[in-house]
Design a protein around this ligand. Structure first.
Ligand code: PRP
Ligand code: ZN
Length: 298
């Protein structure tokens, strides 16, 4: 495979998504020739190059075909595409929602001010680093407000009397609280997504993308899945299956000479294993073991 056949994926160099993006790729078994302050970082065991860039640039690069893939917050993706006049997202395709970096783009105002719905924003000024998304929201909701574009520390704009309100990312809400602001309206919910360019690329690259996607899905599935083992009276099997609807075809192994007791081994998809284990104990299960699964494939 020559160099031009190597797939490129852009991820955030440093910031809210960088560590998790990198961890996810490493979880897929990709090893990187890590060089500090290099834009391009080669994968040593897969035809893949990592582009380490600012998050504002990721969707731009993918839409332009500078790289085929990118990991970016949906908020940033929307902002970039709206900024490019691509409201229908024709320049990119979302391949996968990655389930991390959850946050929302919200409007916030000083705590002591009243808010009676979006129309309260009429005639106000709103500072944001997401001008295109905010403008789009205002137009769709018929609100006449002034958008003030600032690139960082948006949360101090009201105190500095630069703007009446702000529109910024909120995750825990602590930035708003410590700046005397309250969240009044969410305009976009976001999480990180894997995106692909709509520009054409070789079939070889398409094959590499499919392999990467399959591994990604495996890692993400494994994160929500555990391997569970327990002993139980033979007649408890149906009750156990009822407690764990997410149980995949369990292996049932008779224990001892009379087979009154069984061992059950299975892959389980459960949101909360603690409460599940309590219920299992109630129907007679014992020696319950829940072990993490690193990878699931096929
Ligand atoms: C966002 C946002 C706030 C903070 C909110 O910044 O601009 O500063 O996160 O999070 P919280 O609700 O948990 O306090 P981000 O981390 O994306 O960094 P940036 O503003 O430097 O891009
Ligand atoms: Zn910030």
């Amino acid at each position: 495979m020559n160099k031009s056949d190597r797939l490129r994926i852009a991820i955030q160099k440093s910031g809210r998504l960088s560590e998790k993006s990198f961890d996810l790729l490493r979880g897929c078994g990709f090893e990187f020739d890590w060089r500090r302050n290099h834009l391009l970082c080669a994968c040593t065991n897969f035809p893949l190059d990592l582009m380490l860039v600012r998050d504002d640039d990721i969707a731009e690069f993918v839409a332009d075909g500078v790289c085929e893939l990118g990991v970016v917050g949906f908020n940033m993706l929307e902002e970039t595409l709206l900024g490019r006049g691509d409201k229908d997202r024709e320049g990119i395709q979302i391949l996968e929602r990655l389930g991390f970096g959850g946050c929302r783009l919200s409007i916030a105002i000083p705590e002591d001010q009243a808010f009676d719905g979006p129309q309260s924003l009429d005639g106000k000024s709103i500072a944001t680093s997401y001008p295109a998304t905010l403008q789009n929201y205002l137009e769709e909701n018929n609100i006449q407000a002034e958008v003030i574009h600032i690139s960082g520390s948006v949360e101090i704009a009201p105190a500095l009397q630069i703007a009446d309100a702000i529109c910024d990312l909120v995750s825990t809400g602590s930035t708003l609280r410590s700046n005397g602001l309250k969240e009044v309206q969410t305009i976009l919910k976001s999480e990180s997504v894997l995106i692909q360019t709509s520009k054409p690329f070789s079939e070889e690259k398409q094959n590499v993308i499919s392999r990467l996607e399959q591994r990604l899905k495996g890692v993400m599935r494994a994160a929500k899945t555990k391997y569970i083992m327990m002993n139980a009276p033979k007649d408890a099997l149906d009750k156990i299956k009822a407690i764990m609807p997410g149980l995949e075809e369990p292996s049932v192994i008779p224990l001892g000479a009379n087979g009154e007791k069984i061992a059950i081994h299975a892959v389980a998809h459960e949101p909360d294993f603690w409460s599940t284990m309590e219920k299992l104990k109630e129907v007679g299960a014992s020696s319950i073991l829940v072990v993490p699964i690193e990878k699931i494939f096929g």
